[in-house]
Design a protein around this ligand. Structure first.
Ligand code: F0G
Length: 364
């Protein structure tokens, strides 16, 4: 689109649509939009493509937000960056913050963050505060710290994060158009704090303003939550103007184990104005979808698979038509949550250390 600028790469190819010309970069963005014809046929849609954000430097879409957000923080001259996180934000903040030479502080819900993400935050040198509460409580705490001037907040409440994440939408539109001559009818994505939903809505609106996308062609933004953490789905189904905070949340998809989606005021209009919807899926449906993607060679963490699980459900319910061209967003890499992957996959089989023994094992 016209918002693209060939001089930069990845996220920074779209510098014209961003508040800075360049950022603290580890070559984020420019992620694959995989073709999955077998999966498209199985789900029953005309076209399905998978935008795999797990292929970013730290393995999630958060890098797109941090390359912009940390650069803004550096310009502001702040010393300490902070976030609450279900894991991926903390991994990205730790990596980008340390690359920028800044101190990073992350607040994590104790026992509820996947192993790969804690390992990343740790090795990139963040101070990790384990909070005896859920993500929403961590976010309340870190906002209070930021209000007192103790740290610069880099959760998706920070608008510069969402500026970077807009580039997911810009890349989808550009690549899909080049390959199919159209834009997708629908973009399906997992929803936690609803930052990405808000960012994608801003991206398509800016494309419309730039004269680069007809209003009628705007993809339907379709959010998916886990049944045990679905306040956005509740609000969409009720036609409500605001989201009711869920105090108790649970799901195997720990990345979206969130009861108070703070970007709801921006995301609810995004879903409604584009003609999209929101749907909740069970943990079993999420794991099944994770296996389906893995069968196509695409390794994602549980929260990411929610998008495909949601698409399947909406297709089965007839909300999504068989003629639709759809992009599912997968937000994080398989290796983020090795325990979930191992539990969903095949088990190792012990064999003796000799050929006859191995053959014996394979043939019986
Ligand atoms: N998928 C993954 C893998 C995530 O890590 C997150 C959010 C989401 C989806 C939801 O995105 O908040 O924009 O609706 N993870 C945050 C974190 C909360 O702390 O890493 P959203």
């Amino acid at each position: 689109p016209s918002l693209a600028d060939a001089a930069g790469t990845g996220v920074w190819r779209y510098a014209g649509a961003l508040p800075l010309d360049g950022g603290v970069t580890i070559q984020e963005g420019g992620t694959p939009l995989y073709r999955v014809p077998d999966l498209a046929e199985d789900v029953g849609v005309e076209t399905l493509r998978i935008k795999h954000e797990g292929m970013n430097p730290t393995g999630s879409f958060k890098d797109r937000g941090m390359t912009v957000g940390v650069a803004v923080a550096r310009e502001l001259g702040v010393e300490r960056l902070a976030c609450a996180s279900t894991g991926n934000t903390s991994a990205a903040l730790a990596a980008y913050g340390s690359r920028a030479g800044m101190e990073t502080l992350v607040l994590l819900p104790a026992g509820k963050v996947a192993a790969g993400k804690v390992a990343q935050a740790s090795l990139h040198g963040a101070r990790i505060l384990e909070v005896d509460g859920n993500f929403d409580a961590c976010l309340d705490l870190v906002q209070a710290l930021a209000d007192r001037g103790e740290a610069y907040l880099l959760n998706s409440l920070n608008p510069f994060r969402l500026e970077g994440q807009k580039t997911i939408g810009l890349e989808i539109v550009e690549r899909f158009r080049a390959d199919h001559g159209t834009v997708p009818d629908r973009i399906v994505l997992p929803v936690g704090n609803a930052g990405n939903t808000a960012a994608l809505y801003k991206a398509v609106r800016e494309l419309v303003w730039a004269g680069d996308l007809a209003v009628d062609d705007v993809p339907k933004l379709t959010g998916v939550q886990a049944e045990g953490a679905a306040p956005m789905v509740e609000a969409i189904e009720a036609g409500a103007d605001a989201v009711r905070r869920w105090d108790e949340v649970e799901t195997r998809a720990t990345a979206i184990r969130i009861g108070n989606p703070v970007n709801a005021p921006k995301a609810l209009p995004g879903i409604r104005e584009t003609g999209g919807t929101a749907v909740a899926v069970s943990d079993t449906e999420i794991t099944d979808a994770q296996r389906d993607l893995a069968e196509s060679g695409i390794g994602v963490e549980p929260a990411s698979a929610a998008s495909l699980a949601g698409l399947r459900k909406l297709r089965a319910d007839g909300v999504v038509g068989s003629d639709e061209e759809v992009v599912c967003l997968t937000t994080g890499h398989l290796l983020k949550d090795p325990d979930a992957a191992a539990a969903a996959g095949t088990d190792p089989e012990p064999v003796p250390v000799d050929l006859d023994g191995v053959l014996d094992h394979l043939l019986t």
